[in-house]
Design a protein around this ligand. Structure first.
Ligand code: NAD
Length: 479
């Protein structure tokens, strides 16, 4: 099935007739083509967005809200179709796409459709100076949204929904590795009555299509989620043009387990936080640190649980671990397993590719647990972004805190303890944008989401996102 760009409410082939193959990770076969859009396509998308902006930015909040909520409802009505498309394109289990990815994408539109009706600007009375200040929050104009392959529609809409809610028009690019649900979203937007040109979706490689978006002199802001190296490149290109930038980048998140935790909840959650979505979630706790007194017990119980996980075809309802997203990614993850062995890491379980009968060319890998000799080895420092976690013991709180913080990333951290004072001490000192205590990936969409250090700049979520997608203008009136 071939995918087309969605520009000005219509579907178009790329101007230069340049296409890339789209692979199905479950069987390794090419099942369609997608445009590798050029500057010309991006320019067409920009022009459509530009001409839609005057009217969209003046649409009442009630009307914007109504359309966004309608998109959300249509995604829910089409849950099965979108979940199947996401699973086929990405390799994730259909059960996950159906229970997490698509419901969350729908919720992004509902949430921001509601949030915009509650978004208020500030005013300041300058007492003693006979003046009052009020702040306008004006949409930026045309903005760019660029997203990765791991949670395709979920992260794509996490950017688009607040951008549209705030009154901007959008040129958006999903990952070239997982373009399908973004393509299907165009139809839904038309059906929901989103005016033509308000959202434009262009497909293609980062180096061609993505580059044309970030270089475009009149695209006012870039909201990007993806790898740290790409984020650094985008900052370099966009900063001299003074574009607003939101960068959600890589992670290497610690999962810190103290002996006083609720053991069973911790164990079950740690299986999920390690291997959900084949470990391809930026928030996965890929470095597990366990207090020495329960280390041997945890190691045995954890490995037993992991051995029960079923690696299988994504469309099987019993599958826990589907296919990795692409062949190059599978090779990259395998390379890290080999590096671990060279660095004296001990593979406690997994470590091998899996062959599924009938789908021998799919990108399957066993969930892998590596016991590392120290926290400084490469598998403990570099983002692997696959079904691989490391484990090691610790003795003291200050020791584990130091190891947790000794990486270049700072996205999230998970802490398992029932000691309140320790929780507060450590939450203060962990270098991360998000700390979960006795849970993982529990999300309230009103909260700030994002990382520090090499995990990014800026925060998404709630009013933070609406502030990002608006320009504050202060008006001071003397009376
Ligand atoms: P990536 O950086 O390779 O690609 C992300 C997007 O950027 C894709 O759409 C790609 O086409 C585009 N791109 C690439 N080069 C570009 C360029 N020169 N100009 C403009 N766009 C360009 O990342 P990926 O491999 O798709 O995703 C995996 C990474 O995403 C991991 O590092 C993961 O941690 C990170 N991630 C972060 C978060 C978060 O919220 N912090 C969430 C999910 C994934």
């Amino acid at each position: 099935m071939n995918i087309q760009n969605f520009i000005n409410g219509n579907f178009h082939n790329p101007v230069q007739d340049n296409w890339i193959d789209n692979y199905c990770p479950a069987n390794g076969e090419i099942y369609g083509q997608i445009p590798n859009s050029s500057k010309d396509d991006v320019e067409n998308a920009y022009l459509a967005a530009k001409s839609a902006f005057p009217s969209w930015s003046q649409t009442t909040l009630d009307e914007r809200s109504r359309i966004l909520i309608k998109i959300s409802e249509l995604l829910e009505t089409n849950l099965q179709r979108f979940a199947e498309a996401e699973s086929k394109d990405n390799g994730k289990p259909i059960s996950l796409a159906k229970s997490v990815d698509i419901p969350r994408a729908a919720n992004n539109f509902r949430f921001f459709g509601n949030a915009i009706t509650q978004f208020a600007s500030e005013s300041h009375e300058s007492v003693g100076q006979d003046a009052v200040n009020y702040t306008l929050r004006q949409p930026l104009g045309v903005v760019g949204c660029i997203s990765p392959w791991n949670l395709p529609l979920y992260l794509f809409t996490w950017k688009i929904a607040p951008a549209l809610a705030a009154g901007n028009c959008v040129v958006a690019k999903p990952s070239e590795v997982t373009p399908m649900t973004a393509y299907l979203l165009g139809e839904i937007c038309n059906e929901a009555g989103l005016p033509k040109g308000v959202l434009n979706i262009v497909h293609g490689l980062g180096t061609s299509t993505g580059q044309a978006i970030i270089e475009h002199p009149d695209i006012k802001a870039i909201s990007f989620t993806g790898g740290t190296a790409t984020g650094a490149h985008i900052a370099k290109v966009a900063a001299p043009m003074f574009k607003k930038l939101s960068l959600e980048l890589g992670g290497k998140n610690p999962n810190i387990i103290f002996s006083d935790c609720d053991y069973e909840v911790m164990l079950e959650t740690t299986v999920r936080s390690s291997f959900a979505n084949q470990g391809q979630i930026c928030l996965c706790g890929s470095r597990i640190f366990v207090e020495q007194s329960i280390y041997d017990k945890f190691k045995a119980d954890f490995v037993n649980k992991i051995k029960d996980l079923k690696v299988g075809h994504p469309s099987e309802s019993s599958t826990n671990i589907g296919a990795l997203v692409s062949k190059p990614h599978l090779e990259k993850v395998m390379d890290y397993i080999n590096i671990a062995k060279k660095e004296n890491g001990k593979i406690l379980c997994g470590g091998n590719k899996v062959t599924i009968e009938g789908f021998e060319n799919g990108y399957y890998l066993e969930p892998t647990v590596i016991e590392v000799p120290n926290d400084e080895c490469r598998v403990n420092q570099e983002e692997i972004f696959g079904p691989v976690v490391t484990i090691m013991p610790f003795n003291r709180e200050d020791e584990v805190l130091q190891m947790a913080n000794k990486v270049k990333y700072g996205l999230s951290a998970t802490l398992w303890t029932n000691d309140l004072k320790r929780t507060m001490r450590m939450s203060n000192q962990l270098q991360a944008g998000i700390v979960w205590v006795n849970t993982w990936m529990m999300r309230d969409l009103r909260t700030p989401f994002g990382g520090i250090k090499a995990s990014g700049v800026g925060r998404e979520g709630g009013f933070e996102a609406l502030r990002f997608f608006t320009e504050a203008k202060n008006v001071c009136i003397k009376y």
